[in-house]
Design a binder for this molecule. Structure first.
Ligand code: BGC
Length: 751
């Protein structure tokens, strides 16, 4: 017996020697694994895992077999590999990706299935490329159409962006790849983004600017979040106590890691105390500037270690940071359930095309001429025997450029190519003329399009050629807009003007005179002036749609897919019609780096809805007076607007307790999809409230003649506003109308 006990104890001793430690056992609850790993780490190892070791990676703990993290931009595809310590290309030949449509397009689908498909697909690409953290999606609110990065975000409305961001996050993370939702928070302009100090009311903060981040954290359970570059209340967002400790951790219960924007850290003490976990990008030009190892000099590297060793700070904050980073590692790089992912698969191409198909917005499609039999220009029919395409954006590769979202796409179907392929099925030849010269460059951090777009002709010569060709064509498709060059839709700097650049307005006006069968197709992530609108019968907002740009555009133009995108932002006639541009430089772009959000809650349609009110709206929040002068003009195109080649009829919506029902019928002759939007409109509130606010939406597919009853559930939170003085969401006692419609300018009250 004694012998048996001896052998048994020897056996268990050996088992414990060979069985894996707690932190390596995926069966053990996450928090226990984190504590176990933490307890085994030395001080130096803890310091090491809270800052970068290269441009896009941070180390793990090699001694313990804990791998590090590899991050990648984001948010529209997986960025090409750069050198260890430089932005230049690493020169890989297998790092091309599928370029998905930009996030404005995704938001314009108003379809959460598209968002899930997007997240799942881009997550698979990240996984295949060995990435653990995808730097995206972006959910900063569209405050001004000059913001160079609006194309990376999901529009002007907190409900739309909050609803659309969640499936994206879930889709990415089901691959064992973390999203890093950015840029938290108030990075709503690129001009001065590294220095501006934003002040705003708590109401605007909670009601407009935070909901999408909160949804990503609380409903999507994003495993990481990226601090913004700018300051808020005088403190940098990457180490902003109120934002990261009070709101993100305490109020929202975030258990992921806070990652700095690249180079967004500037103060060791604040970075220690104010909720930052992982520092990236601080002058990571160590090699070019001659430092031997710039990573050691990071704010959360040696400077932090030295403070601990000198006894100036303790290690509680450090342990918390390490916990947050370990949790991120266990969820991603040590996730045992990861698959292999896929890169540039047929499924991803199909996903990119489907999302683009659903996001392209038909803004206008009026019949040409006054005859009763007059038909709109779109969709193109086989009768159009000669199609003329005009404009640089028909041929310009657009996945390269725009800043950190720049991609090395495996392929990019240009609009012209897509149109030519499709027209060939009708035996129609497509002629192309340039029309204008915009940006002939095509390089970002060493990724080049390889296109030579240089052309020495004068604008007069180009216009004359285009007009002459337009006179001979059955139909003219002008394809222009913005591009990814500096001061267009691009990071680091804002746009310089609201109008289209490169003389496009004049060209469009000339084309409209030359041929009444003109469709204007705009590739952009932003709104723009449309002085030619009355003379142009058809207008399509076609975003930047990545690899499948041309195929998706042809799907819409030829009617193979019925357009169903709706605008995620309001298009006003002039820059002065936007609320952020009502108050002079202090509201945008700032004076002495101070920016005050004086328009408060009245962003986008919340402002446009004040049109027609005789008196300015005056109110006080947190002791500060606000004056909102109603706009002088109506929107050209309202938030939520989008046409179709079929028609839909909505019945009188009926409210029954907490349920609202409406019947939608396809009254036209083609299958199509409609976006039905529910707004809440308080009546005679004692509190300053927007006229109405989007609270829910559904996209419904209908065959010709088919009808469906849509049911919306009303929930308490839909009726709340943020009481800044009490610092809580409260229900407005004012009665509320429930308004249902197909855009913010087209709703009817539920009875
Ligand atoms: C951008 C981030 C990006 C990071 C890494 C920064 O300049 O603001 O959005 O993820 O660079 O490329």
């Amino acid at each position: 017996m004694k012998r048996l006990t001896f052998f048994l104890s020897l056996f268990t001793f050996h088992l414990s020697l060979f069985s894996s430690p707690v932190y390596l056992n995926p069966e053990v609850p996450l928090e226990q694994r984190v504590e176990d790993a933490l307890s085994r780490m030395t001080l130096n190892e803890k310091i090491a895992i809270i800052h970068a070791q290269s441009k896009f990676s941070s180390p793990g703990v090699a001694r313990l077999g804990i791998p590090g993290l590899w991050c990648t931009d984001g948010p529209h595809g997986i960025r090409a590999e750069v050198k260890w310590d430089e932005w230049d290309q690493a020169g890989w030949t297998n790092d091309s990706c599928m370029a998905f449509p930009t996030l404005t397009c995704l938001a314009a689908t108003w379809n959460t299935d598209m968002s899930l498909l997007y997240g799942r697909s881009i997550g698979e690409e990240a996984l295949y490329r060995g990435k653990n953290v995808l730097l995206g999606p972006g959910v900063n609110i569209y405050r001004t159409p000059l913001n160079g990065r609006n194309f990376e975000y999901m529009g002007e409305d907190p409900c739309l962006s909050a609803t659309m961001v969640v499936p994206y996050v879930l889709g990415v993370q089901q691959n064992g790849v973390a999203t890093c939702v950015k840029h938290f928070a108030l990075n709503n302009q690129e001009d001065g983004r590294h220095v501006v100090n934003v002040s705003l009311s708590d109401r605007a903060l909670y009601e407009i600017y935070l909901p999408a981040f909160r949804a990503a954290v609380q409903q999507g359970h994003s495993w990481s979040i990226m601090g913004a570059y700018n300051r808020i209340w005088g403190q940098y967002a990457c180490h902003n106590h109120r934002l990261l400790v009070d709101i993100l951790r305490s109020e929202w219960g975030f258990d992921g890691a806070v990652i700095s924007d690249w180079g967004g850290v500037s103060n060791t003490d604040e970075a220690i105390r104010n909720g930052l976990d992982l520092e990236f990008g601080s002058w990571t030009d160590g090699l070019t500037e001659g430092r031997s190892n710039s990573y050691d000099a990071y704010y959360l590297a040696m400077p932090y270690l030295e403070k601990i060793l000198r006894g100036e700070v303790g290690t509680n904050e450090l342990d918390n940071k390490v916990r947050n980073v370990l949790r991120l590692i266990f969820r991603t790089s040590m996730n045992p359930n990861k698959g292999f992912g896929a890169l540039c698969s047929d499924e991803h191409a199909a996903a990119a095309r489907e999302i683009a198909d659903e996001g392209i917005v038909l803004l206008k499609n009026a019949p040409v001429g006054k005859k009763k039999s007059a038909q709109p220009v779109l969709p193109l029919t086989p009768d159009s025997k000669s199609i003329l395409v005009v404009g640089e954006n028909a041929i310009k590769q657009m996945t390269v450029g725009g800043g950190s979202s720049s991609l090395k796409a495996k392929y990019e179907i240009s609009p012209l190519q897509g149109i030519r392929e499709r027209a060939a099925l009708n035996n129609v030849e497509v002629r192309y003329v340039r029309g204008y010269i915009g940006d002939v460059g095509g390089e970002y951090n060493g990724v080049t399009t390889g296109q030579d777009l240089s052309d020495n002709r004068t604008p007069a010569e180009l216009t004359a050629e285009a007009v002459a060709a337009a006179r001979e064509a059955d139909v003219v498709l002008f394809i222009g807009g913005l591009n990814k060059a500096e001061h267009q839709d691009s990071e680091s700097a804002d746009r310089l003007q609201y109008g289209l650049p490169y003389g496009q307005d004049q060209l469009i006006a000339e084309l409209a005179k030359a041929n009444s069968h003109l469709a204007v197709i705009i590739l952009s992530g932003n709104a723009y002036a449309m002085p030619w609108l009355d003379n142009v019968p058809a207008l399509v907002q076609a975003w930047f749609n990545g690899s499948e740009t041309g195929h998706a555009l042809a799907d819409i133009l030829f009617g193979d897919v019925n357009p169903s995108g709706h605008l995620p932002f309001t298009i006003m006639p002039a820059l002065e019609d936007y609320p952020a541009h009502q108050y002079g430089a202090i509201a945008y772009p700032g004076i002495n780096n101070e920016v005050e959000y004086k328009e408060d809650l009245f962003v986008g349609y919340r402002y446009a809805d004040l049109y027609g009110q005789k008196k300015p709206l005056r109110y006080t929040t947190q002791g500060k007076d606000y004056t909102i002068v109603p706009p002088k003009h109506k929107p050209l195109f309202a938030f939520g607007h989008g046409l179709s080649y079929t028609s839909f009829a909505l019945s009188q919506p009926v409210q029954n307790g907490n349920t609202v029902r409406v019947t939608v019928k396809n009254t036209g002759s083609r299958p199509g999809k409609e976006v039905v939007q529910l707004y809440i409109a308080p009546v005679k509130s004692q509190v300053a409230r927007p006229v109405k606010e989007l609270k829910a939406f559904q996209k419904v597919a209908l065959q010709p003649g088919e009808e469906k009853v849509l049911t919306f559930a009303l929930t308490d939170d839909m009726f709340r506003y943020f009481d800044a003085d009490a610092h809580q969401w409260v229900t407005d006692p004012a009665p509320c109308q429930i308004r249902i419609g197909t855009s913010s300018a087209n709703t009817q009250i539920a009875k």
